[in-house]
Design a protein around this ligand. Structure first.
Ligand SMILES: [Cu+2]
Length: 325
């Protein structure tokens, strides 16, 4: 019995290996370039008789589109600490990471890569990074193969509030997405997904904006999903637009960190009062145009400190003169 079981798994493994190695999954996760260990902080992939961990998800209406097969509401055993502003590197493989010639993802699999962030367990995903460029028919998947599977360039926004977050990393393979999955479930776009757990430290006061839900964010008919990779080979349908929301630009973060600028404007207001007699003519002309006010408010802080210095210098001089006297 044991022998038969061993034989059957061996046969299964050998028949599956060629298909299995065509796909991709995440094995490792790095924080600021430091490998956190095999499978660490990654939701464990589901493995079943008819599903291997590198298998794609295809139905965007399924809960599986959130974090992979049967993983919508699971959690990683550990959450990795990442300082706000720190970098995340997500390493993908088709088969074994120990195999130096692992193909990472099959050469037929071309498509974009995306990374989303959500407060832990909230299913409110904000896209923080994407590589959807397909210049000359070279996609993120092709670049990934050259980098030995390392999806890099992902940064946790500076100023993001401390706390636990879920990271959703995704690759879409378009080699069969000229077909719409809803019309032909044997084909369609293939989604490779991994969810990671991170704990942000050294953060600021910026919370994530409202995100999108999975399922919900994608439709099988989205232009970046039902997409014909071969229509204009090798230039493809450039420019390609990835599905989902646009990448969140942490300009919101810059705005919160720029608070000191807001306080200097207040000071500028008080100094303008003093200077009101000399500048009034210019001030009355300016309101007619709509754009100038921003220009004037930004310029004012630059001139006021200098003026203040002069005033302070004068005061000091007076004090010095008085003391000397
Ligand atoms: Cu595949």
């Amino acid at each position: 019995m044991k022998l038969i079981a061993a034989l059957s798994t061996a046969v299964l493994a050998s028949t599956f290996s060629s298909i299995v190695e065509a796909h991709t999954y995440v094995t490792n996760f790095y924080v600021n370039g430091v490998d956190q260990g095999n499978d660490v902080c990654i939701r464990p992939y589901f493995v079943g008789q008819d599903h291997w961990k590198n298998f794609p998800i295809k139905d965007v209406r399924s809960d599986d589109i959130r974090c992979g097969k049967n993983n919508a509401n699971t959690a990683a055993a550990k959450s990795c600490s990442v300082p706000a502003g720190g970098s995340l590197t997500i390493e993908w493989h088709a088969g074994s990471r120990a195999n130096a010639t692992d193909e990472i993802i099959h050469e037929s699999h071309h498509g974009p890569c995306m990374v989303y962030l959500s407060p832990a367990g909230k299913n409110s995903w904000v896209k923080i990074w994407e590589d959807a460029a397909n210049t000359g028919g070279v996609w993120c998947t092709d670049r990934l193969k050259k980098k030995r599977g390392k999806m890099d360039g992902v940064v946790v926004p500076r100023g993001l509030a401390n706390g636990k977050y879920d990271v959703r990393a995704e690759i879409i393979a378009h080699h069969e997405s000229d077909a719409n999955y809803l019309e032909n479930s044997a084909r369609g776009a293939q989604f490779y997904i991994a969810c990671l757990s991170i704990t942000v430290t050294n953060g600021g006061s910026t919370s994530l904006p409202a995100g999108v839900a999975f399922p919900g964010a994608y439709k099988a008919t989205d232009k970046g999903i039902h997409y014909n990779l071969y229509s204009n080979w090798p230039t493809f349908d450039a420019p390609y637009t990835a599905p989902g929301p646009k990448v969140w630009k942490p300009s919101a973060v810059a705005a919160t960190t720029a608070k000191p600028a807001a306080t200097t404007t207040k000071k500028a207001v008080t100094t303008t009062r003093k200077a009101a007699t000399t500048r009034k003519p210019a001030a009355t002309k300016k309101p007619t145009t709509t754009r100038k006010p921003t220009a004037t408010t930004t310029r004012k802080p630059a001139t006021t400190p200098a003026k203040k210095v002069i005033v302070v210098k004068k005061i000091i001089k007076v004090v010095v003169v008085k003391k000397a006297a």
